[in-house]
Design a protein around this ligand. Structure first.
Ligand SMILES: [Zn+2]
Ligand SMILES: [Zn+2]
Length: 303
């Protein structure tokens, strides 16, 4: 017996619902539903078509055709090399081995490579990648990060530091909590990490580290102290966590590790994750982050 839907029947009588729906009359609104689910169905499909080169590549920033998802002109204009603190990646007036904050309180990571300043147009692209499942952007964004790492290698060679930190030999992502991973469907840091690792010819390990506390999203917390409190003991090496450990997960002990994240804000997440890697026996930790937020106007520098 068909389901009785008086509202739908009235609409059909007035001629508002012309097409037959696949299931019940409510599905006559399928066109609206298709727009509602654009992020869920249409965008990934378009992404897959683009990656198969069935659609011409269009720059995500300036919409120019034919040069891939981020064109050379936009890379030159918006991904310019900035002078940064070598330790924490903060943009500075002139490049320095350490900013004031890193001198006062050295972070647990040796060095930070940061490709972009978090702002136009990268904030929009990173949001699309992360929150609208535009996973096809990961390749272009990872290429920007790999370029920044290469430039950093060259800069280090030119500076001939007295005791340069050993280059990383294992790439790991900042993990998401299981709940957030289930909600998002992918870990954006891992999507970047595995592509950068491939470009660098290094092994990558998705589960070297795991998030053991399902803390509130860092973006909802304003201050650095609050972010640090929120994250204390939030990360654990996979091998020590019992139930979540995966057989064969690569042990970080004795390795110089590159920890990859998409956006670095106060550095609280990176600090806690790096400390967990060091507790697990990593010899050193480097940060490779796609984008760094600028220093707050009223502070010398975040950590
Ligand atoms: Zn462009
Ligand atoms: Zn610094």
């Amino acid at each position: 017996m068909p389901l009785q839907r008086p509202g739908v029947e009235r609409a059909r009588a007035r001629g508002f619902l012309s097409g037959r729906c696949a299931r019940n009359a409510c599905n006559a609104f399928a066109a609206i539903a298709a727009f509602t689910h654009r992020g869920q169905y249409i965008d990934p499909m378009l992404g897959a078509l683009r990656s198969l080169a069935l659609l011409p590549g269009q720059c995500e920033v300036c919409r120019a055709f034919g040069e891939g998802l981020i064109c050379a002109a936009c890379r030159a204009q918006h991904a310019r090399l900035r002078a940064r603190c070598a330790r924490c990646g903060l943009a500075l007036g002139a490049a320095a081995p350490a900013c004031g904050a890193c001198l006062r309180e050295p972070p647990p990571y040796e060095r930070t490579v940061c490709a972009l300043e978090y702002g136009f147009p990268w904030d929009r692209l990173i949001s699309a990648f992360k929150f609208h499942r535009r996973v096809e952007l990961a390749g272009a964004l990872a290429a920007l990060l790999a370029e920044a790492i290469e430039r950093d290698d060259a800069a280090r060679g030119a500076q001939a530091e007295a005791a340069p930190p050993a280059p990383p030999r294992l790439v790991v992502p900042v993990p998401l909590s299981p709940a957030r991973l289930a909600e998002r469907g992918f870990n954006q840091a891992w999507e970047l990490a595995r592509r950068v690792a491939r470009l660098r010819g290094l092994p990558a390990e998705a589960r070297a580290l795991q998030r053991v506390l399902d803390a509130p999203a860092q973006a909802t917390l304003a201050g650095r102290a609050e972010r640090l409190r929120n994250l204390r003991h939030a990360f654990a090496p996979a091998a020590s966590s019992g139930t979540g450990a995966r057989a064969g997960a690569r042990n970080v002990a004795g390795h110089d590790v590159a920890l990859v994240d998409d956006v670095m804000t106060t550095g609280a997440t990176a600090r806690e994750a790096a400390a967990a890697l060091l507790r697990a026996g990593a010899r050193s930790v480097h940060l490779w982050v796609l984008a760094r937020t600028p220093a707050p106007a009223n502070a010398a520098a975040p950590a």
